[in-house]
Design a protein around this ligand. Structure first.
Ligand SMILES: NC(=O)c1ccc[n+]([C@@H]2O[C@H](COP(=O)([O-])OP(=O)(O)OC[C@H]3O[C@@H](n4cnc5c(N)ncnc54)[C@H](OP(=O)(O)O)[C@@H]3O)[C@@H](O)[C@H]2O)c1
Length: 274
């Protein structure tokens, strides 16, 4: 049988790197989907020097639908895949937009991840899809203003928590839709992990670092959630390290899931025809 790859988005980030290394140590083959090849190529080379032929690096910018479509076509032509770990994510202090003009957090964490998953799903028969969620989903809001963040009403937690609730709703929706194809869809919550993402760019960072960082998870511990989800034969679960529970019932009946999926379908439609 030909080699089957697991795609890890944001594989050069803190948790992404830990996921990639753990997969390779288990004998798996990984496609590192990275937006900055110059930054992450040394990691790819270093892993391959220890585990020859185990990783491939490819360019993927989730803030550009063109880049996502190009990436998916290249995968279709070159690499059989068995799993997609949607690990990449942003939580930016300042407002910015994707190539197509969507607020960056919603654009990368939800829309870009949606399009990537949608394009790769037909190649994933009997495979696994993992979405990365966060505790902030509890304070997130998904309603008909979901895509309307502007420079004037932007807040990093507001945008981030919305994107993570939307991603969790998407995980539940796809776990139902893709069950007939034998695809297992789950969410992974890494907990609070000592990475650059939780740096607040604020005066209290050094104090918070000294007080709290020693007690939060390492990237290796944070990676366990996605690794567990990626091995599971369950669907519709949230993995928190080795433990897991079903995505809560109140999210199964969220009043805006259908609307959210319809919008994502409409927005990404031109890039699904390429
Ligand atoms: N740290 C935590 O406490 C925590 C808690 C809950 C959930 N999470 C989630 O865990 C995941 C990994 O986060 P992390 O803590 O490891 O942060 P990180 O070190 O900042 O890693 C984020 C990764 O996402 C990539 N990325 C960002 N924008 C991208 C884009 N437009 N296209 C492609 N890739 C892009 C980054 O690429 P570059 O390396 O090029 O910047 C990086 O590899 C995220 O989904 C995050 O929301 C983290």
């Amino acid at each position: 049988m030909s080699t089957q790859y697991t795609i890890v988005t944001g594989a050069g980030g803190s948790i992404g790197k830990a996921i990639t290394q753990a997969l390779v140590e288990r004998g798996e083959h990984v496609i590192m989907a990275c937006r900055n090849l110059d930054k992450d190529r040394p990691l790819c080379q270093e892993i391959n020097s220890r585990y020859p032929g185990s990783v491939v690096i490819m360019e993927l910018n989730l803030a550009s639908f063109d880049s996502i479509a190009t990436f998916a076509s290249a995968i279709q032509e070159q690499y059989p895949i068995k799993a997609l770990i949607n690990n990449a994510g942003v939580m930016n202090k300042h407002y910015s937009t994707t190539k197509q003009g969507y607020e960056m957090t919603i654009g990368v964490n939800f829309l870009g991840t949606y399009l990537l998953t949608r394009l790769l799903t037909p190649m994933l028969k009997n495979g696994h899809i993992t979405f990365t969620t966060s505790l902030t989903r509890y304070i997130g809001k998904v309603d008909k203003n979901f895509f309307d963040l502007t420079a004037n009403n932007y807040g990093r937690f507001k945008a981030y928590s919305r994107s993570k609730l939307a991603t969790t709703l998407l995980a539940h929706y796809l776990s139902q839709q893709l069950a007939p194809m034998g695809i297992h869809v789950n969410a992974a919550d890494p907990g609070i992990v000592n990475t650059g993402m939780i740096h607040m760019d604020a005066w209290f960072d050094p104090i918070a670092d000294a007080l709290f960082r020693p007690f939060i998870s390492t990237p290796q511990q944070g990676a366990i959630s996605a690794l567990s989800a990626n091995m599971s034969n369950l669907s519709g679960e949230i993995f928190e390290k080795q433990r897991h529970h079903t995505i809560p019932k109140r999210l199964h009946t969220h009043p805006h899931t259908q609307w959210l999926i319809e919008q994502a379908e409409l927005i990404t439609a031109p890039w699904r025809k390429l």
